[in-house]
Design a protein around this ligand. Structure first.
Ligand code: GTP
Ligand code: MG
Length: 799
């Protein structure tokens, strides 16, 4: 059941929007699904997760006996089973791993992720003072280090940090090492959540005690399901008026369809909120003193919450009995499980993605963050609980597993790039082996050997140098030229990871620096932004000499324009944000195109024959095929034809937007002794494509968005009316006790201005988020309108 859901989650592409204005993010699935594989330590079945490809071994410049020894070592390592490695692992290594947690904090915008993280850093001693997001002292939180983040009070980039949490177990202090990534909640930056979840082992999902599950929580939930991330849930803002943790618990079950039960009940609500009752041990936990630094545990439950606590404890056990066999047996025998049995069951069920324990507190009021940290250690997986599967190309892409063991050959994934004053910083998750300063690694994609001159642990925008990093951890390295999603190995056991999924942009605008003297800085900044953020794209239209940037939404693009101004001192002129349409063809059309130009000196000659048709393999990708026989086009010009087709697809004939789902087959042609060239064939292929496009039924596609709207029940009628006006297709509605959720497919074009209308129709109580669903042909009248407008623009430019 869970496996099916995980796979189903993989199969949905999406774009997100926000409650304040239409903001978008496309996400296309790229991770292949697979059959469940056995686990290393805990009962986890992983589908579609973290794949590696084993490719041809590369043995550095060694030969003879040394090479043979290396080859054998590599083969031995590849043939090791995780069980064999686990059996050989030294007790120290086992202990180290059992104390590592790699976690992410993800949630709806403004639910308090950064505020919670600030407390985590304070209680673990990483920072000496707490500063609030948009606090009166004007300092700002540690994790929101960018000036813009502090000013706007939102997280824009995910930030990594690490800390040591001293957890008291059986009267003894045990130190856990936690690598933590605070992610942005705003949908325009969801790529940050994606890539964090890609490399993390567990997450804390934060909910607001007043709002419960919000539209963006549903998105984050899908992301966690996509990457099979075990999670704790933390109901924050218990100090707020109207706080009700039970609404959140109920909604996780009903709206997210994820079994959840509280493991705490609050002692006092709103401004009376003092602490929580731990339902497992039936004891009270108060966080007191300045900034809640003292944790006081009382082995009794206050009278006024006793009845509630007993009821909720029973609910917890019943919920666990649903998802865990051991508790089910105890429950059926009408026995009461011990606290140890309950804790073990929560851990098993959480890691197996069958359950989420719900905690509660208030970050702003410094309440109950410490018990949440204990729960991270207790219930979230250690690196070896999570299986990272590899595909071994040499064995027909058979699955092979990575083991987070220090002594194995190194395998790591570069999941994020960032440029700072010292150069390019590459964030790496070490899956296997140890990363040592001064050693060499191989980039599996480029086949290049790189030296690692400096390794650091990130603490938001600060760096702490280390000489080595063990398996299962996260770090950053300097001086490595690579792309996001590249896999590094030690060169002896060469794995490559399937390329990282990059969402498609749905919004674009034209941009140019106000002053021509700023061109250098402009291109420097653009290069950097593109390298750092794979969802930010740039396209230079040679014809119109326009630079078009595209991204996930208006805010996404706005932030980059603002960063250009602040960080690079470049003021820009920008056009109106536009929907990123696509163009495609619907039927086969043949071509026989002759390019012959004679302009005095050497001319251009190329003839290409063949056809274009809808790509039968993939309706969102283009394909080029060479079927030339008898050498009518020599091989050397074929790739120029392919390049020409690619260029033509970048700028469709109808609107100048990208062409998708097209296939070009070239099967005939002719050359001229002196006038044929790469250039001529490239151009001929482009022209052939453009000319044949109308015959092949060229049409405009527009992005359809899966839109989730939530509002109090009384506004249902208003919202249905709003959606009808937009020709939305209602996919699902769910009516809860207080509010309802509506899921509909709507065209992105129809969603402009929606946030204002939603606000007006729901007295500001409604909210929505959007995810890209798929491309669909735009209505004929819209197509005509868009094409006419584009032609008029071209005409105007020509004059
Ligand atoms: N009343 C109350 N307010 C809180 C609490 N936690 C956070 N806040 C406030 O909620 C607002 C948003 O907090 P952030 O920590 O920035 O939220 P976030 O989830 O990191 O936001 P994004 O990263 O932009 O998605 C700030 O004004 C906080 O002071 C809480 O426990 N109680
Ligand atoms: Mg934040």
């Amino acid at each position: 059941m869970r496996a099916q859901r995980a796979v189903a989650a993989l199969n949905d592409g999406r774009v997100l929007g926000s409650r304040c204005s239409a903001r978008f993010l496309t996400i296309r699935p790229t991770i292949p699904s697979s059959s469940p594989a056995p686990m290393i330590a805990a009962p986890v079945q992983i589908d579609g997760r973290r794949y590696f490809n084993l490719s041809r071994p590369r043995f550095a410049a060694v030969s003879g006996a040394a090479s043979a020894a290396l080859r054998k070592a590599a083969e031995d390592a590849a043939n090791l089973t995780p069980e064999a490695v686990a059996a050989k692992m030294s007790p120290e290594e086992k202990l180290r791993l059992s104390r590592v947690r790699n976690i992410g904090i993800a949630a709806h915008i403004d639910s308090g992720k950064t505020t919670v993280t600030e407390r985590v850093l304070f209680y673990t001693g990483r920072i000496k003072q707490i500063h609030e997001v948009r606090g009166k002292d004007g300092v700002g939180s540690k994790m929101d280090s960018m000036e813009l983040e502090r000013e706007k009070g939102i997280t824009i980039q995910s930030a990594a940090t690490f800390c040591d949490w001293k957890k008291v177990e059986d009267g003894e202090e045990k130190t856990y090492h936690i690598n933590l990534i605070d992610t942005p909640g705003h949908i325009d930056f969801t790529i940050e959540v994606e890539r964090a979840l890609r490399v993390l082992d567990g997450a804390v999902m934060i909910l607001c005690a007043v709002s419960g599950v919000q539209s963006q929580t549903i998105t984050v939930d899908r992301q966690m399901k996509r990457y099979n991330i075990p999670r704790l849930s933390f109901v924050n803002k218990m100090d707020r008026m109207g706080a009700n943790p039970w609404k959140a618990v109920e909604q996780i079950n009903s709206k997210l369809k994820f079994p959840a039960a509280a493991i705490q009940v609050p002692i006092g609500l709103e401004d009376q909120h003092k602490g929580v009752v731990d339902l497992i041990h039936m004891r009270s936990i108060y966080t007191e003193g300045p900034r809640g630094i003292q944790v006081r545990v009382e082995d009794k439950v206050p009278e006024d919450v006793r009845e509630l606590a007993e009821k909720k404890r029973q609910e917890l056990i019943e919920k666990l009995a649903d998802v865990d066999d051991e508790i089910a047996e105890i429950f059926l025998d009408e026995r009461t499980p011990t606290p140890e049995q309950i804790k073990a069951a929560i851990r098993r069920a959480t890691i197996a993605l069958k359950f989420t324990p719900v905690m509660m507190g208030s970050a702003l009021a410094d309440k109950s963050i410490q018990p949440m940290l204990d729960a991270v250690c207790d219930y979230l997986p250690q690196p070896s609980d999570i299986e990272n599967v590899a595909l071994d190309k040499s064995k027909g892409e058979a699955q092979t597993k990575l083991v987070p063991y220090n002594s194995l050959p190194f395998v790591g994934l570069a999941f994020k790039l960032e440029e700072n004053n010292y150069g390019q910083l590459t964030y790496i998750r070490v899956y296997q082996g140890t990363l040592r300063k001064g050693t060499y690694l191989f980039n599996s994609r480029t086949d290049k050997k790189v030296r690692i001159p400096r390794i650091v642990r990130m603490h938001s925008n600060e760096l702490e140098d280390v000489s080595e990093i063990g398996a299962g951890e996260i770090c950053a390295v300097f001086g490595v030229d690579c792309a996001s999603g590249d896999t590094f190995t030690d060169g002896n056991l060469p794995y490559t990871m399937t390329s990282m999924f990059v969402p498609d942009a749905v919004m674009s605008l034209s941009i140019k620096p106000k002053k021509t003297t700023d061109a250098d800085n402009f291109s420097k900044a653009m290069n950097r932004f593109q390298r750092e953020d794979p969802t930010f794209r740039l396209f230079v239209d040679d014809e119109s000499e326009e630079t078009i940037i595209s991204g996930m939404g208006e805010l996404h693009l706005e932030i980059y324009i603002e960063r250009l101004r602040r960080e690079y001192k470049v003021e820009c002129v920008t056009g109106q944000p536009r929907v990123a349409y696509r163009e495609t063809i619907v039927q086969r059309a043949d071509f026989d195109y002759l390019l012959r130009r004679q302009t005095g000196g050497p001319g251009d000659f190329a003839r290409v024959g063949g056809w274009i048709e809808p790509n039968p393999e993939n309706s969102e990708a283009n394909a080029f095929e060479n079927q030339v026989t008898g050498g009518s086009i020599p091989d050397k010009y074929i790739s120029a034809c392919g390049k020409g087709f690619e260029i033509a697809c970048e700028k469709g004939p109808l609107l100048g937007h990208k062409v998708i789902g097209a296939r070009m087959v070239v099967n005939d042609g002719a050359t001229h002794v002196t006038d044929s060239s790469d250039f001529a064939f490239n151009l001929a292929a482009q022209m052939a494509f453009r000319k044949t496009f109308p015959e092949a039924g060229g049409q405009v596609l527009e992005p359809l968005m899966k839109t989730t709207i939530m509002a109090p029940n009384e506004f249902q009628g208003n919202i249905l009316m709003l959606m009808n006006k937009r020709n939305a297709t209602i996919v699902d509605t769910e009516i809860g006790s207080e509010d309802f959720t509506l899921i509909a497919d709507v065209s992105l074009n129809a969603m402009f201005g929606f946030s204002t209308q939603l606000r007006a129709a729901t007295q500001g109580k409604g909210e929505f988020s959007m995810e890209f669903s798929h491309y669909a042909p735009a209505a004929p009248h819209l197509q005509r309108e868009l094409i006419a407008k584009y032609q008029a623009e071209l005409e105007a430019k020509r004059k």
